[in-house]
Write a protein that binds this ligand. Structure first.
Ligand code: ADP
Ligand code: MG
Ligand code: ZN
Length: 475
C-alpha cells in the first residue's frame, strides 16, 4: 500500500498600494501598460527600491504562523526568459527568506488536530501577463513587479482533505490580517501542488510532480486524485521509474486531466545569485514591535465566541469562516440588547437568503448596524420574528429607519394583554364546534386557534402571549 505526500506552494498577492520595487500602483485593471515605469519595465539603468509595506505585511504573516522572522533577509535573482518578464529574471529570496519555520494547525475530519510545518515565506515580484489574441500575443506589464509572498509548506499533508483544510486556514489568516484579497479566481491566491507517493511507512521522499494552474478547491482535490492514481498505477505496473519524472504538470479543467508542461528545473538551471541592485532587507526592532501586533485570528475568535456568547462550535465556525461575517456579527452585537442567539439566525439564515447576484453582506443595503437594530427589536419584543421578516424584505430595497418601517407596516407587536384577550375571546365565540372538539380531546386543534388569533391580529400579537391566553381560556 502507498501513502501520499503533498507539499504546497502558495503565491499570495499582497494588497499594497504600490508595487514591490517602484511606486507604480498595483491595480492592474487599467488600460494595458499604463501602470508601468522604467523599473517595472526593466529599462536599463532603472533601479529597484524595496517597498516597506511589503516587509510589514510579511512580518504580520510570519507572526500569525508562529514563524521566525529574519532580521536580515536577502534578495536573489532567478534567471529565466519569458516575454512577460522583460528583465529576464525574477527578484525573489532563495537562500535567506524573510520568514522561516512556521506552522499551521489544521483540523482533520475526525476532529483531531494536525500541525503542518511551513518551511518559509519569501518575498518576490510577480511577472506581467501575456495576452493571446488569435495569431498575435501581446504583453501587459501592469502586473509586473506586484509583490507576492510565496508561502512554502513542508511535505506534511497526506490527502486532499488536509490540503483543503490547510489552504482554507491560510486563506482566512490572510483575509483576517488584511494583507491580501486572496481571491483564487482572480489569481491573488495561487496554489501549486507537489505530489508524490511512497510505500506505507517509508520515510524517504520519492519523485514529486508539481501541478500548476488550479484555481478552485474543487479542482485541487480533483488534480490530486488524478495524480495519485497516475503515480500508483505506474508503480503497480512496474513502470514507476520510467513514467514518473520530476516535472511540472498543468491541470486542464476542461478535459479534467493533468499533462506535462515542462521538465522541472533544478535550482542550478535558474543561475541564482544575490541581487546586486538591492540592499539586504532589514527588519528593525521598531518594525517588529509594531507589526507583530496582529488582529485576532480566526481560531482565537472562534474559541472566544464559544465562550463569550455561549454559541455552539458549529455556529462559531460558520461565523468566523470569513472575516467579513465575523466583523458583521461583532458589529451587530455592539447594539445594546441584542442576543447572540437571535443575531446568529438573522445573520446566517435570514439575511443570506435575501442576497443574490452581486450583493453580499459587505455591500448589502442592510448593513451590520441595521440588522443589529432589527434583531434588537425582535429581542425587546417590539416585533415578532415573523413581522421582522417583512421588515427585512422592505429594508433590502429601501434605505429607511427601522422604527419607521415597523410603524408604516403596522407590525408593532401587541403585548397588551387586554387586546389579546379580546381577540381570543372573539375567535373562541366564533368557533363553538371546534372548542367542543378541542375540549373533547382533539388537542391538535390548539394550533388552529393560535393561527386564527394571529391572523386576526395581522400577525402583530405576541405568539407567546397568545399561547398563554388561549391555554387559560380553553382550559
Ligand atoms: P520549487 O520552487 O523548486 O518548486 P520549493 O522548495 O519552492 O521548490 O517547493 C517545493 C515544494 O514541494 C514544497 O512545498 C515541499 O514541501 C514540496 N515537496 C518536496 N519534496 C516533495 C515530495 N517528495 N513529495 C511531495 N512534495 C514535496
Ligand atoms: Mg515551485
Ligand atoms: Zn513601475
Amino acid at each position: 500500500m502507498f501513502e501520499v505526500v503533498i507539499g504546497l506552494e502558495v503565491h499570495v498577492q499582497l494588497n499594497t498600494k504600490s508595487k514591490l520595487f517602484c511606486s507604480c500602483p498595483t491595480s492592474f485593471n487599467h488600460k494595458q501598460n499604463t501602470n508601468t515605469c522604467p523599473t517595472c519595465m526593466a529599462l536599463p539603468g532603472a533601479l529597484p527600491v524595496l517597498n516597506k509595506e511589503v516587509v510589514h505585511k510579511s512580518i504580520m504573516l510570519g507572526t500569525a504562523i508562529d514563524a521566525t522572522i529574519n532580521k536580515v533577509s536577502i534578495f536573489d535573482r532567478k534567471s529565466y526568459f519569458y516575454p512577460d518578464s522583460p528583465s529576464a529574471y525574477q527578484i525573489t529570496q532563495l537562500y535567506t527568506p524573510i520568514v522561516e519555520h512556521g506552522e499551521l494547525e489544521i483540523e482533520l475530519e475526525d476532529g483531531t488536530k494536525k500541525t503542518i510545518r511551513v518551511n518559509r515565506a519569501h518575498i518576490e515580484a510577480d511577472a506581467g501577463k501575456n495576452i493571446h489574441d488569435g495569431d498575435i500575443s501581446k504583453v501587459d506589464l501592469n502586473r509586473a513587479g506586484t509583490p507576492l509572498l510565496e508561502i512554502v509548506s513542508e511535505p506534511d499533508m497526506s490527502n486532499e482533505f488536509e490540503v483543503i483544510a490547510y489552504l482554507k486556514k491560510l486563506h482566512s489568516i490572510i483575509r483576517y490580517l488584511d494583507i491580501g484579497d486572496a481571491n483564487m479566481q482572480e489569481g491573488s491566491f495561487r496554489v501549486d501542488v507537489n505530489v508524490s507517493i511512497r510505500p506505507k511507512g517509508d520515510k524517504k521522499l520519492y519523485t514529486r510532480v508539481e501541478i500548476k494552474n488550479i484555481n478552485s478547491f474543487k479542482f485541487i482535490q480533483k488534480a490530486i486524485q488524478l495524480e495519485v492514481t497516475r503515480q500508483s498505477e505506474a508503480w503497480e505496473d512496474g513502470v514507476y521509474e520510467q513514467e514518473i519524472a520530476q516535472e511540472t504538470r498543468l491541470f486542464d479543467q476542461v478535459k479534467v486531466e493533468t499533462r506535462s508542461m515542462r521538465g522541472k528545473e533544478e535550482a542550478a538551471d535558474y543561475r541564482y545569485f544575490p541581487e546586486p541592485d538591492l540592499l539586504k532587507c532589514v527588519v528593525t526592532d521598531a518594525m517588529m514591535e509594531k507589526y507583530s501586533k496582529i488582529p485576532e485570528l480566526p481560531d482565537a475568535k472562534r474559541d472566544r465566541f464559544v465562550k463569550e456568547y455561549k454559541m455552539s462550535e458549529y455556529n462559531a465556525g460558520v461565523i468566523t469562516s470569513s472575516v467579513e461575517m465575523a466583523h458583521f456579527f461583532e458589529t451587530m452585537m455592539s447594539e445594546q440588547g441584542v442576543t447572540a442567539k437571535t443575531a446568529i439566525t438573522w445573520l446566517t439564515v435570514e439575511l443570506p437568503s435575501r442576497l443574490s447576484g452581486e450583493t453580499n453582506i459587505t455591500n448589502s443595503l442592510v448593513n451590520a448596524k441595521k440588522l443589529g437594530f432589527l434583531v434588537k427589536r425582535i429581542d425587546d419584543k417590539t416585533i415578532s420574528g415573523k413581522a421582522a421578516k417583512e421588515v427585512l424584505d422592505y429594508l433590502m430595497e429601501n434605505d429607511v429607519a427601522i422604527d419607521s418601517v415597523i410603524e408604516k407596516l403596522g407590525l408593532k407587536q401587541v403585548t397588551d394583554m387586554g387586546a389579546i384577550e379580546a381577540i381570543c375571546e372573539e375567535i373562541i365565540n366564533a368557533n363553538p364546534e371546534k372548542v367542543a372538539q378541542y375540549q373533547g380531546g382533539k388537542e391538535k386543534l390548539f394550533g388552529f386557534f393560535v393561527g386564527q388569533v394571529m391572523k386576526a391580529s395581522k400577525g402583530s400579537a405576541s405568539p407567546q402571549a397568545v399561547n398563554e391566553v388561549l391555554k387559560a381560556k380553553l382550559g
